[in-house]
Design a protein around this ligand. Structure first.
Ligand SMILES: Cc1cc2nc3c(=O)[nH]c(=O)nc-3n(C[C@H](O)[C@H](O)[C@H](O)COP(=O)(O)OP(=O)(O)OC[C@H]3O[C@@H](n4cnc5c(N)ncnc54)[C@H](O)[C@@H]3O)c2cc1C
Length: 449
């Protein structure tokens, strides 16, 4: 036990209970049977839950002086074991740093531990809304999303985290004298999705947009090709304002128990859309053209009241599959816009219903992409990587979610810039140890897949 660390925070902020420490040392890595095995038993020695930034800074000064490894935790909803303390040490839970500091026209500045749903609630009162957020927005924090997420609801219009969806951030360094920095523009790159390896985010400023009236729609199709084409038309349309366009193969709908009655039997392919109220009639007409049946509508006044359709999309789809059968796991892929149907055909021919497809349409640097989080019925590590190899061979690029190593997942990360920033801000290598593969810092920019 480090007395210096212990004395740097209040009694309430220092967690000693072993069960709580074990719980706060985990995230949602168990969606991956590979990570579930690799990360089992990794536990912090201490957890602190600071109530103020000053308290956090004091604790970080003590950690630097005592050379204690530090892993930051927001909502702990990450899927890659990003928040798991690989070498023990200290987990810093920032979930009490929740203040919404400033709401302006087009931006909101918050403490890093503010939850995205609470932020959206607050900015709604000023007639504004978030651009993008993960489907875990009830629990996920602003700092955790920027440091460990990628995109989500809203990405079909506004892109992912690298597409201007972060304006600036305040960072604490882990230098001999702990220091606060404010970074913006291109300087943000080594902090986005870098798992807190380059600094501790204490504040985040994100862009916001005028609020829309979102209608939630589910359409059912007997033909997956028609569902895909309808979803593409909705995602591509310049005229329609939309926040979410997801499309699921028929067998996936069997996992969505709350919609069992509406889906009927046999199971059907589904398209889930959040569309601006004024565009709903045009969408309805378009769906008819593709023989889609509207099976569920939640009017704009119902938005955010109870369960929403986004609770079935992105990686929440995997959650529903896991509820039905624990063998399901998932991948993350970028399919090709032009070759989409052929790629789908090849996958179905090769794997049948051992792999189930759902697409989450998004923009990446302005380009529309059929991104997917395919469900894979897991048998073994070898089988999983055989599936990944096949996807990559047919051009459906995989961002591997079964690794905790930053840069090894396939995201186009600027590893050289990250390694450089880590050297500057964290010269004793205390932050989120072992998440950056040693080779990455000497190999420079890597894109493994
Ligand atoms: C069912 C399900 C659905 C999901 N859907 C999506 C989705 O749609 N889109 C998406 O992008 N992700 C998704 N995720 C992953 C995850 O929920 C999000 O990325 C989320 O934004 C993470 O936020 P968090 O606060 O829980 O971060 P955490 O899990 O606590 O942390 C994530 C990473 O950031 C670091 N970190 C946290 N806070 C800070 C800080 N203040 N300073 C520095 N580093 C910090 C942590 O060390 C960790 O490496 C999903 C996960 C699940 C389980």
């Amino acid at each position: 036990m480090s007395e210096k660390l212990r004395r740097s925070v209040t009694e309430q902020a220092f967690i000693e209970d072993e069960d709580t420490i074990a719980r706060l040392s985990k995230d949602f890595y168990w969606y991956s049977p590979v990570l579930d095995k690799e990360l089992a038993g990794k536990t912090a020695d201490y957890v602190i839950v600071p109530e103020t930034e000053e308290e956090l800074k004091r604790a970080m000064q003590a950690a630097v002086e005592e050379k204690i490894p530090v892993t930051v935790r927001g909502g702990g909803t990450g899927n890659y074991g990003q928040a798991v303390p690989m070498t023990g040490g200290l987990v810093v839970d920032v979930s009490r740093l929740t203040e919404i500091l400033e709401i302006g026209e087009g931006f909101v500045r918050v403490q890093a531990g503010a939850r995205l749903r609470e932020i959206e609630k607050a900015i709604h009162e000023t007639g504004q809304e978030l651009t993008i957020y993960p489907s875990t927005f009830v629990k996920a924090t602003a700092g955790g999303f920027v440091s460990g997420g990628s995109g989500g609801i809203g990405s079909v219009t506004w892109g992912n985290l690298w597409d201007g969806n972060v304006i600036s951030a305040k960072i604490l360094t882990m230098e001999a004298e702990v220091r606060g920095l404010t970074v913006s523009g291109d300087e943000l790159q080594p902090y986005i999705h870098s798992y807190g390896t380059t600094g501790i985010m204490t504040e985040v400023t994100i862009p916001i947009k005028p609020k829309s009236r979102w209608v939630q729609q589910i359409y059912a199709f007997t033909d997956f090709t028609a569902a895909l084409e309808f979803s593409r038309a909705a995602a591509q349309s310049e005229k329609w304002k939309k926040r979410l366009v997801s499309v699921m193969e028929a067998p996936i709908s069997a996992f969505f128990k709350p919609f069992k009655k509406q889906i009927g039997t046999p199971n059907r392919a589904l398209v889930l859309i959040e569309i601006e109220e004024s565009n709903q009639a045009a969408l309805e007409k378009k769906a008819e053209g593709f023989h889609g049946e509207a099976i569920y509508t939640a009017p704009a006044d119902e938005y955010r009241k109870g369960m929403g359709i986004s609770d079935f999309t992105w990686n929440h789809t995997t959650l529903w599959a896991l509820k039905a059968d624990k063998r399901w796991t998932y991948l993350q892929n970028f399919f090709s816009l032009d070759g989409l149907h052929e790629q789908v055909r090849q996958i179905k021919d090769r794997f049948g219903n051992e792999v189930l497809l759902h697409f989450e349409w998004l923009r990446d640097k302005g380009r529309l992409i059929p991104a997917a989080l395919p469900l894979v019925k897991f048998e073994s590590r070898e089988q999983l990587y055989e599936v990944i190899r096949f996807f990559n061979e047919i051009g459906a690029h995989t961002n591997d979610p079964h690794t905790y190593l930053l840069g090894a997942g396939g995201w186009d990360m600027q590893m050289e810039a990250i390694a450089q920033k880590k050297k500057e801000n964290d010269p004793f290598d205390l932050l989120n140890q072992e998440k950056i593969p040693a080779a990455a810092s000497i190999r420079g920019t890597i894109n493994v897949q």
